[in-house]
Design a protein around this ligand. Structure first.
Ligand code: MN
Length: 258
């Protein structure tokens, strides 16, 4: 039996699960009952769901996912959830059902070298002023309480309207505006005194070596999940690996370097 510290920490984000994408849900379910069992812990860095209108609106897909996550947690891999810009309304009821713990970003990984922090990633996209204003409003507890007090049908309409609006607006934005801002990244490293930052959100998987005040640092970006293809960051010892999760010709899961 390997000791706890020999086991990797797994990070995933941007699965954007919805009923219309069963392949991605199936991949996650097999990941949770397979490779994730090896992990010391699993962190979900936001946008697990394409849309979330409140725990009382959880559908069959959400319940299936909650059951699978809670089985993993019960088998000895604690699961942590950082909300994304799609699923920031995931609440305590759902987290309890899934046996996972909600965390507020930035999350500092305890006892890990190099010192590592996790965020969803949208807070780093400061060039998108319009989005940051929207984020500030919807992340406010008062706004959330007001919205959650509305009936489900109303919240469904609101979510649909918000998605349409954001799609129309993003179409006119230059791609670099929707990527992270270099100064916001630098400040994040400086304020948290970290040497490694892992985030998702931008759907631009990659590893970026940075010099922050003379220190060698790294920013690792998780990719989104689509079809039967996922993105996983594995932290083990001091090493980090960015992996692609997929199926081999027999349908078995495989994880290969991206
Ligand atoms: Mn996102």
């Amino acid at each position: 039996m390997k000791s706890l510290s020999d086991r990797p920490v797994y990070l995933i984000s941007d699965l954007h699960l919805e009923a219309g994408r069963p392949g991605t849900t199936g991949l996650l379910l097999d990941f949770l009952s397979g490779p994730a069992r090896r992990a010391r812990s699993l962190y979900i860095l936001g946008d697990l769901f394409e849309v979330w209108i409140g725990d009382d609106g959880a559908d069959e897909l959400a319940e299936t996912v909650a059951a699978a996550i809670s089985r993993l947690a019960a088998a000895g891999t604690p699961v942590y959830f950082i909300p994304g810009n799609r699923d920031f309304l995931v609440g305590q009821d759902y987290c309890r059902a899934a046996g996972m713990q909600a965390l507020e970003e930035p999350v500092l990984l305890e006892g890990l070298e190099p010192k590592t922090a996790l965020v969803h990633g949208d807070s780093l996209c400061t060039d998108d002023v319009e989005y940051q204003r929207f984020r500030q409003r919807v992340r406010h507890p008062k706004w959330q309480a007001r919205v959650l007090s509305r009936p489900l049908w109303w919240r469904r309409l609101l979510a649909r309207a918000a998605r349409g609006l954001s799609k129309r607006r993003n179409r006119g934005k230059a791609p670099e505006i929707m990527d992270v801002n270099a100064d916001a990244v630098r400040r994040c490293f400086q304020i948290l005194a970290i040497a490694r930052l892992v985030h998702g959100h931008t759907h631009r998987p990659g590893r970026h070596q940075l010099d922050i005040d003379g220190r060698a640092c790294e920013r690792i970006v998780l990719g989104d999940w689509h079809g039967e293809r996922g993105s996983v960051v594995e932290l083990q010892g001091r090493a980090a690996r960015l992996l692609i999760l997929s199926r081999d010709e027999h349908g078995r899961l495989q994880m290969q370097p991206a």
